[in-house]
Design a protein around this ligand. Structure first.
Ligand SMILES: Cc1cc2nc3c(=O)[nH]c(=O)nc-3n(C[C@H](O)[C@H](O)[C@H](O)COP(=O)(O)O)c2cc1C
Length: 205
């Protein structure tokens, strides 16, 4: 397990899809940054996320690593289109699909920062194993779409408290979408179109 974590998290900070359990036992998914804090993993969910609320209630999770922007997109906006299957060590399922590495874990410690509005959640990995793989070469289109999703979700958080900042964040995303559309497949262009219409809601003026 340690070797897989060292390999897949070798840049220190990576993005994954975190699955947690809702109160009714159904899965919730959200892309989240994951840091390797040997021998543990560290998440920084905003206190307002369902992921955080769920982890406080039921402190087990799976982390699903992939290159595929479609899976990131579905984990945010198309949960119904994701398939799940049982995990090995925890009750929380894993995503059934193009996943490179699965990590199952339990929450070891939580530190809330109420001023900044997020928590540091230290996760003890219980198991790590390969999935069927995203089977995808590095694509700038995937990377840029995932970047757009990061700023779109930030804009969603800022929209209430600071609409100016939300608007500034979405303006910055247009060049990324243009490149993704130029380099990507029809699938990428479809996601880009969806993201563009979501971004439009935060535009001012
Ligand atoms: C690649 C990526 C990484 C993200 N990392 C984080 C993170 O580390 N912490 C966080 O709170 N939100 C992060 N987000 C935003 C959440 O995924 C987003 O707010 C989501 O809607 C939370 O879902 P939930 O309320 O179901 O947990 C990230 C988004 C993307 C696309």
């Amino acid at each position: 397990m340690e070797e897989l974590l060292e390999t897949f998290f070798r840049h220190g900070h990576h993005e994954g899809i975190v699955v947690t359990l809702n109160e009714d036992g159904s899965p919730n998914t959200a892309p989240m940054g994951v840091d390797l804090e040997r021998p543990y993993l560290l998440l920084r969910p905003y206190l307002t996320t369902k992921t955080y609320v769920n982890l406080r209630m039921f402190p087990e999770l799976t982390i699903n690593l992939t290159w595929d922007s479609l899976l990131f997109y579905r984990s945010l906006y198309g949960l119904k289109e994701l398939r799940f299957r049982g995990s090995r060590k925890v009750k929380t399922p894993v995503i059934d699909g193009g996943i490179d590495l699965y990590v199952e874990g339990e929450v070891l410690k939580v530190l809330e920062d109420r001023v900044l509005g997020y928590a540091e959640v230290l996760v003890k990995p219980l198991d790590a194993y390969l999935g069927s793989g995203s089977r995808l070469a590095y694509s700038r289109a995937d990377a840029l779409l995932i970047e757009v999703m990061i700023y779109l979700t930030k804009a969603e958080v800022f929209a209430e408290v600071n609409p100016e900042v939300a608007s500034m964040l979405v303006e910055r995303m247009e060049p990324y979408l243009l490149i993704a559309e130029r380099l990507g497949s029809d699938e990428v262009r479809e996601i880009a179109l969806e993201l563009r219409s979501r971004l439009a809601r935060f535009r001012r003026g």
